[in-house]
Design a protein around this ligand. Structure first.
Ligand code: 13P
Length: 242
């Protein structure tokens, strides 16, 4: 399977910074050898799509489950698709924990992404206290279990395992931890378990190789280290080289 190298810019890189990033990142792209996806802020989706090489997929960080309506501040999967998004991140831990997104809402958003022909990238992961309490298995089974019925209707989807304690902390899961968690995700996916499962949480150019080529890891979802076109390009090259 081609490795997936995805960058989640979170609330960084407005429209002009997105174009600047892509003018510097494009030379690193080797068409077809890895699957590259970028998730810019909603306001930068259109300019990122225009500036990106065709081989780079662009996705929304967040969508609402309705097509349109009185939902101030939200955007629909269809609107994201109209400006060139072909994927959507769903259930990122910052959405779950800072903005109170529930498993039920995550499942509705997965259905909305599929309705709009966007590839859902569903994020799952445990809190440190859940891991310490030996509840990793239960948490992943619950988070994945609420979306499997919806995902069964998708022609393409991915799951990103992002342990909450490793996001933005500089502390990564070991490759062994990532492999063990990815196996739990696959087992919770059941017959859908052949889908790509990405690891996210403090991935950087120095640790990307060990994580990317750990058993059962199909790619990485990079936050902070995806903001720099050179560093992100190095991670892409690591994926190509393996
Ligand atoms: P960091 O790479 O900054 O830890 O963020 C990971 C993440 O949340 C990607 O979605």
């Amino acid at each position: 399977m081609r490795k997936v190298i995805a960058g989640n810019w979170k609330m960084h890189h407005g429209p002009s910074a997105a174009v600047d990033f892509l003018s510097r990142f494009r030379p690193a792209v080797q068409e077809g050898s890895v699957r590259i996806a970028l998730f810019p802020p909603a306001l930068s989706l259109a300019s990122a799509r225009r500036a990106a090489a065709a081989a780079i997929e662009i996705g929304a960080q967040h969508i609402h489950w309705e097509r349109s309506g009185a939902f101030t501040g939200e955007l629909s999967a269809e609107m994201a698709g109209e400006v060139g998004a072909t994927l959507a991140l769903i259930g990122h831990s910052e959405r779950r924990h800072l903005f109170g997104e529930t498993d039920a809402e995550v499942a509705r958003k997965v259905r909305a992404a599929i309705r709009a022909e966007l590839t859902p990238v569903v994020c799952v992961g445990e809190l440190l206290e859940e891991r310490r309490a030996g509840r990793l298995d239960e948490v992943l089974a619950r988070q994945v279990g609420t979306v499997t019925e919806a995902l069964a209707t998708a022609s393409d989807f991915m799951v990103a395992y992002e342990p909450v304690w490793a996001i933005g902390t500089g502390e990564t899961a070991t490759p062994e931890d990532a492999t063990a968690a990815h196996r739990l995700v696959r087992s919770a996916l059941g017959e859908l378990g052949g889908a790509p499962v990405l690891y996210g949480g403090s991935v950087n150019p120095a640790n990307a190789g060990a994580l990317l080529f750990a058993p059962d890891v199909d790619g990485v979802l990079v936050g902070g280290a995806s903001l720099d076109p050179i560093g992100f390009g190095n991670i892409v090259e690591t994926g190509v080289g393996g």
